[in-house]
Structures are given as C-alpha cells and as structure tokens.
Write a protein that binds this ligand. Structure first.
Ligand code: ATP
Ligand code: MG
Length: 393
C-alpha cells in the first residue's frame, strides 16, 4: 500500500496571479526541509500539495513533523493512495485504518468527489465504504453527529485517497514571499514570539543582537542563538548579526541624562539595526515591543524611537497582554529558554526613574552629549554575522 501526504495551502489560494509563484516557493521550501526524509515527488494541484514517497525507506513520521512547521499550510493529512475504483477503496480502507478503527466505538464516512466523472456520487461512496468498514469491524457504530473517527475518502483527478481528520498546519504564508526584515532579538520572552509571528506572515528574518560584553555574558549570547535555533524550526535558517554595543552604552551611561538613557540606547539600537538591515536587503524592522510594557514602550517613547528610523517598524505584539505572549512562547517552545536568567544589554544600566512621557527635543538634546555618529560607526565596523539553523525538525 502506498502512503502519501496531502498538504492544504491556506491563504495562498486567495492570491490570484501570484499563486503559482507562492506555490513554487512553498514547494521549494518543502523540498529543502524534507531532504533528509528520503526520495519523494512533490507536486501541486487543486490547492493541495502532494508529497508522494518514491523510496521504501521514506521517513513518513519525520516528514509529518516537518510539514507541521511549514508556514503556508493550513492542514495536512497522511493518506493511503488507491486506484479510483470502489473495490480497491473498500479493500484498502479497512487495512489502512485497522488500528484506528479497532480502538474506536463510533465513526462516519465522508466522501469528496472532485472528479465528477467518477461513477458514484458522494453519498453512495459514503454508504458503500461505511458498509464495508462495518463488516470488517462489527463492534463499530455509525454516528453521523459526533463520531470518534471520521473516515474521509477523496476522489481526485489521478487517484483516490483515504484518511482520517487532517492535522492542523502552521498557517500563515510561506517564508520569504513578503521579503526580508531585520529582527531585533533580545534574550527575552517577547522578541522570539515576534519573530515567529512575522516569519509566519511570509518574512525572511535577519536577526540582529546588541551585545555588551562583559556586562552581558557569553552565556547570554548563546541563549539568543538557542532561541533563534528554535524559531528556525519554523522560519528555516536565520542570518544572525551581533553588534558590539559596550562602548556606546558606557558613553550613554557616563554622559547622557540618566532618566533618558534607555530611550537614547533604543534610538541607537534602531539606527544600527536599520543600517544592518539595509546592508542585508531588508525593508523593515521587527521588535517584540508591546504598548506600555515598560517605560521605553509608552506611546511617546515609541514615537521618539520611530523618529530615527526610515523603515517601517513592525511590532506584532503591540496590542497583546504579556500572558497572551507567554502562551505563544510556550506553544513554540521558546519560553523555557527565554526565562533563563542572563542579563540583556537593555537591563544592565537601567535608570531608576526612566521618563515615560519624553519630548523629542529633550531626547535629542540628551543624545547630543555624546558623539553618536562616531560611536555608531565604531559599533557597525565590529559586527559579525553567522547562520543559525534549526536545532531539530
Ligand atoms: P523581550 O522583549 O524579547 O522579552 P525584553 O522584554 O527584556 O525582551 P525589552 O526591553 O522589552 O526586552 O526590549 C524591547 C524590544 O527591543 C525587544 O523585544 C527586542 O525586539 C529589542 N531588544 C531589546 N534588547 C535587545 C538586544 N540586546 N538586542 C537586540 N534587540 C533588543
Ligand atoms: Mg519586552
């Protein structure tokens, strides 16, 4: 018996003329991600992508796990492939679903016939397959309203498929179809969630981290890399640029007004991030900021930060409560790493009374106490970039 994976494309089907391009992007992502599972043919038709193994040792279990993390897919089904005739369907269904049906008490059959030339109509297919399954598993009862198992039979162009309920896919759009963005990543809870959310909207991320050694430790940097390697399970490999910020931070601490220091630091972070982002073909920045979470994320503070940036800054968490952010962090498995207690450069010289209603002129005056341009150029001359890959499938 041949098994295959049926992957349903989500919003992609809405994209008119671009649809073919998006599907191609999705197929090449799948080809890359499934490369270690064994030989398979990946094709698409009728808004379904089919992954059909062409080697006996194809690792279907791993392939399912991988496909669950590919953005652009709304659902996936592991299905038996049959010839399009009722004898074959009724022979394969009880064999393929034996374990599942033995463990169930109630079931129903649903049929979908996208090939209208097939001689039986959907209700007839349902009746015939239902009868056949009842004869093989006499303990089962049909329950059309609330069945434990729904057996689905699809009659498509080339083949028929038998499967049970689809598994949920990762949703969103294929990574890369919306271009590239620079991600400001700290070691906290928020920015990895922001990364996941924007990769899910089709952005390729270029991560940027500000590192203030020795105030922040090598372990803090390793933690950021670990977080990115978890995000990469969904987004695919991430380019990661580290920007040394120690000297700039010391100058801010020593010369700028303390109550504005975090905000001034954030303005330099955004300036540096924009430069790195532009150098790497990005057209936007992404941060994990959330309105009112801390002093530098009040409305007026965000305005002062945006004033130094000429790219859109995407803040996908802006309207979310911390508890909602934590929920996603747990789902994507970044939470336990995020709460490891290493310092971030934003927290090493925190002012006692940060300004929550800053005026732009005041911030600009405070910032003028240091030679920002030279310090920025110095930091940017010391950046280094590496590639972070997923830590597991
Ligand atoms: P996180 O927001 O990731 O949980 P946090 O809440 O400790 O960490 P904030 O001080 O709220 O960090 O920073 C707000 C945002 O600024 C972060 O979400 C991140 O996008 C960016 N950011 C903070 N620190 C750094 C850093 N060291 N390098 C790069 N970006 C940073
Ligand atoms: Mg935060």
């Amino acid at each position: 018996m041949q098994e295959t994976l049926l992957l349903k494309c989500g919003e992609l089907v809405l994209k008119g003329l671009n649809r073919a391009k998006f599907e191609d992007r999705l197929i090449s992502a799948l080809r890359h991600r499934l490369r270690d599972c064994g030989g398979c043919a990946i094709t698409s038709s009728q808004s379904t992508i089919t992954v059909r193994p062409d080697d006996e040792n194809f690792d279907m279990d791993s392939a399912v796990e991988i496909c669950k993390k590919v953005f652009g897919l709304v659902s996936l089904c592991r299905a038996a492939v049959c010839e399009k005739n009722m004898d074959e369907i009724c022979a394969i269904a009880p064999e393929y679903l034996a374990d599942t049906l033995r463990a169930a008490r109630t079931f129903k059959v649903e049929a979908k016939r996208s090939d209208k030339r097939f001689p039986l109509k959907s209700p007839e297919i349902m009746r015939e397959v239902g009868g056949c399954l009842l004869s093989h598993f006499p303990h089962l009862k049909v329950d059309v309203h609330n069945p434990e198992i729904t057996v689905r039979v699809e009659i498509r162009d080339k083949d028929a498929y038998i499967h049970t309920d689809p598994l949920p896919g990762a949703g969103g759009l294929p990574v890369g179809i919306n271009g590239r963005a620079g991600l400001l990543i700290s070691g906290g809870i928020d920015s990895p969630v922001a990364a996941y959310m924007m990769a899910r909207r089709g952005l390729t991320l270029h991560a940027i981290h500000f590192f203030s050694y020795p105030y922040t430790s090598q372990r803090a940097l390793d933690k950021v890399k670990k977080l990115l390697s978890i995000v990469a399970r969904w987004s695919g490999p991430i380019q990661f640029t580290v920007v040394p910020f120690t000297h700039l931070q010391e100058e801010i601490r020593d010369h700028c007004p303390e109550y504005l220091s975090t905000l001034i630091l954030r303005r330099f972070m955004v300036r540096a991030a924009e430069a790195v982002a532009r150098d790497n073909g990005c057209a936007a920045l992404v941060t994990g900021e959330s309105l009112g979470q801390v002093a530098s994320q009040t409305l007026l503070a965000l305005g002062c930060t945006d004033a130094v940036c000429n790219m859109p800054i995407f803040r996908p968490l802006i309207g979310m409560d911390k508890s909602d952010i934590v929920k996603i962090a747990r789902q994507i498995d970044t939470f336990e790493t995020s709460i490891l207690p290493y310092e971030d450069c934003c927290t090493v010289f925190t002012p006692r009374h940060p300004e929550t209603k800053p005026k732009l002129a005041q911030v600009e005056a405070g910032e003028a106490m240091i030679d920002g341009e030279a310090l920025l150029a110095e930091a940017l001359s010391q950046v280094y970039t590496e590639r972070i890959v997923a830590d597991q499938v």
